[in-house]
Ligand binder design. Structure first.
Ligand code: GGG
Length: 352
């Protein structure tokens, strides 16, 4: 089997975690008889600063023929965040109908949670975040800028296609896991979009009578991610709420640096994209101490999506064994003093 993978390291530590892990991914796949051809694109904020665009105009056309996309991170201290996000990551997720953002939060053996009383395996949940619309819809505008009557409008958009796609994916996951789904919204305050969302959950839920559905408002849901994370299994949430909940999920599982993420096109018409949850991390970029685990686990999820289960499992379990080993190098975010390259190199010697 052979796959063409587009690699967009992007900004900041995105470059560092991609550089440290790309050859490991290719070599591990080769050990399983799978040929990975990577093509790297220098798209990102440096390109924007030099040429005025984060990616070329026909960027999606270029990516369309790849089997998958790997993204490092986006975000640059000299470029406003809404410019970076709206001109690289969002055009890809929206343009390729990558409705499904699946983000597991798993507390690995050997990783310390900031929560008292939680250890390896106690946190094991997965958030299904709607990924193409909701609060991230590019609908709104500004008028009378700089005047007293200045106005800014930002609308959230929920389509039946986008909502059904994420809700169905979450029910499928709940069926495969423990049979429990938590639907997190804010329907009391968002009485159009999120009441519609709840209705879709109820409608699709009728097709999954064995799945128990819990409903929480996002304020209570956020609190309960900290208070009782062990009671969550599959969670479904809108774009913005899912983003916030998965930062909480990452940190209660030890570090945002180990959290993986997927952007799945459910029809398979377009490539899906895989990236760590973390951003470009201005505070540590250039220091070589970013945790490569989020990237490695995202690669594992990519192999799972490509139905290369053996490679996915080898990578996931290899990372798990490494984290469980008190002698193994670890980066500062999880209590060590090793570099990105130390960690990737050690994993390489374990897996290859
Ligand atoms: N690798 C993920 C990344 O770079 N994220 C940057 C970011 O700001 N993302 C916003 C979002 O996913 O909502």
């Amino acid at each position: 089997m052979s796959y063409d993978i587009a690699v967009i390291p992007g900004d900041g530590i995105g470059n560092e975690v991609v550089d440290a892990t790309e050859s490991l991914m290719v070599d591990l796949a080769a050990d399983y008889g799978v040929d990975i051809q990577t093509t790297e694109f220098d798209w990102g904020s440096e390109r924007y600063l030099e040429e005025g665009a984060l990616m070329p105009e026909d960027g999606l056309g270029t990516l369309e023929d790849f089997d998958s996309i790997l993204l490092g991170a986006v975000g640059h201290p000299e470029v406003p965040d809404h410019v970076t996000l709206r001109n690289l990551r969002l055009p890809i997720t929206k343009g390729f109908n990558q409705h499904i953002c699946k983000r597991p939060s798993y507390l690995f053996e050997g990783v310390e949670s900031p929560l008292r009383g939680y250890s390896g395996g106690d946190i094991d949940l997965v958030v299904y975040r709607q990924n193409t619309e909701g609060e991230y819809a590019d609908v709104g505008g500004r008028e009378h800028q700089g005047f007293q009557n200045e106005v800014a409008v930002q609308s959230a958009v929920y389509t039946r296609e986008g909502t059904e796609a994420i809700v169905r994916a979450a029910f499928e996951a709940a069926t495969e896991r423990s049979g429990k789904l938590t639907n997190i919204t804010k329907s009391n305050a968002q009485a159009y979009g999120m009441v519609f969302w709840d209705e879709v959950v109820e409608e699709i839920g009728e097709e999954y009578p064995d799945v128990t559905v819990e409903r929480l408002l996002v304020d209570a849901g956020s609190m309960d991610f900290v208070r009782r994370p062990d009671e969550f299994d599959v969670v479904v949430a809108s774009n913005l709420f899912g983003d916030i909940l998965t930062d909480i999920g990452g940190i209660i599982s030890g570090s945002l640096g180990i959290a993986p993420s997927t952007n799945i096109n459910p029809s398979g018409e377009y490539p899906s994209m895989f990236e760590p949850v973390h951003g470009s991390a201005f505070d540590i970029m250039g220091e070589g101490i970013a945790n490569p685990v989020g990237m490695l686990l995202s690669m594992s999820l990519m192999f799972e999506h490509l139905e290369e289960e053996d490679i996915a499992e080898a990578l996931w379990n290899g990372v798990g064994d490494q984290l469980a080993d008190p002698e193994a190098p670890r980066t500062p975010d999880i209590g060590g003093n090793a570099t990105t390259l130390d960690v990737a190199g050690d994993l390489e010697s374990r897996l290859l």
